[in-house]
Design a protein around this ligand. Sequence first.
Ligand code: FAD
Length: 504
Amino acid sequence: MTHAPRPSSEAPVTIVVTGGGTAGWMTAAALSRFLQRGYRIRLVESDAIGTVGVGEATIPQIVNFNTALGIDEDAFLKATQGTFKLGIEFVDWLRPGHRYMHAFGDVGRAIEGNPFIPYWLRAQELGVAKPLSAYSLNEMAARAERMHRGGPVTSPMVPAIPYAFHFDAGLYAAFLRRIAEEQGVERIEGRIVSVERDGTSGDVAALLLEGDRRVEGDLFVDCTGFRALLIGETLGVGFEDWGHWLPCDRALAVPSDIDDSLTPYTRSTAKAAGWQWRIPLQHRIGNGLVYSSAHLSDDEAAATLLAGLDTEALADPRPIRFRTGRRREGWRGNVVAIGLASGFLEPLESTSIHMIQSAIQRLLKLIPRARATDAIRAEYNRQTDFEIERIRDVIILHYHANQRDEPLWQAVRAMTLPDSLRHKLDLWRASGAITREHEELFTEVGWFQVLVGQGVISASYHPIADQINAADLGEFMELVEALYRREALALTDHAAFVARHCAG
Ligand code: FAD
């Protein structure tokens, strides 16, 4: 193996971000903010090729990303036609007519420092528990179309309301481009027609662009989307297909007109052979159908999507094909794949942009001064694998634990689960315990909401919940509900808040 010399102060490490979708511009904006000295950041993109053009719903960690970049939240929301998001509503997932929310933030309240989950399970057994919606401030606020930025409004006894955003992904990329260019990123427009490799190490040496242009670099970040031009096509890193767990392989996306409401949550509605998303922005509602081509024709998919719109379609449905799975190595040689080039999970829990963000954080933590060592790559790949596998398990859970009748739903109910998910389910069913390893994205409360929402109720609970008498437990449940209900009503109307602070 060859090692590039450590660069002197006159020879900065050149990082070439390849691709200018959401992944490319998030990467360029973050690297250029934190690596001002000793690094030179360039980005190559082709307007002629364009981006995937979807990806509008996020989770609360995006707030940290924007803050780290010094972004003013109102300016960002104005620029991206953004709205606030307090959770995701799942309609008809367990069975037609059923709905629940995976809301951000906490559910219930701890009792003497002990988590709420076993108390709810016991209260359920005693017949004094209501659905989790009665104990989630985020869900109450979301359903009342209210929101709040910052801490509690009426009482320090209530939790803060974590939020994320819905936004136009194309506008977000353009917004980040301005920031990145101000921070010194050099944007190069042009189509990459071939890739030159180092004869000894096999590393990528340069990108060759149409018009006989050559872009050299030390480290290349592959943000070329599903094409995976560097990590896949050039270096030959394989793709691990997860279609046997997540059979949907196509989507149709369509914008529709806005209506009077501005719901601060994403809606996901299960359909006969997939599911439909609804994402309200300021200027349009983003909609899409994710479906399995083995179970539904494209024409039937278009008809399903259009029939499921709340408002008039503003364009024809746009088709997108995908494969669910991950790149076998996220970092090989001097190429790191970020975004769709590194893998894809369908957007059921709005996790793709988050995985871009966490990949950038990992890259920044491990950024080499010269060529990466095997240890750096191994650690990056270990963390990447762990993250996507655990997110995958939550998404599989949504599919697997269903009581629907159609062939797709029957098939996923009968499938063999990944060991990691099987273990979680066995533990939960037997004891009411939810384990979570340090680096997992979803919290115990997140898992709890999805498990209960999908009808997987534990037969047991931790004995700590027996240490309180039944009458006190019933009273406690009522108090929490009343407290949160009062708080939710004191919050600001979401549409009014957007109109006042961040109208685009
Ligand atoms: P792309 O947007 O495809 O960008 C690829 C870039 O590479 C482009 O700039 C292109 O010009 C460039 N490029 C490619 N080839 C060449 C070449 N030869 N020469 C020069 N440039 C080239 N994520 C969420 O977080 N929330 C969601 O709600 C969500 N919904 C989604 C719905 C669907 C149906 C799909 C498919 C994805 C969704 N995602 C969502 C994922 C999200 O869209 C992506 O994670 C995000 O847009 C990042 O895409 P990307 O930048 O990796 O790729």
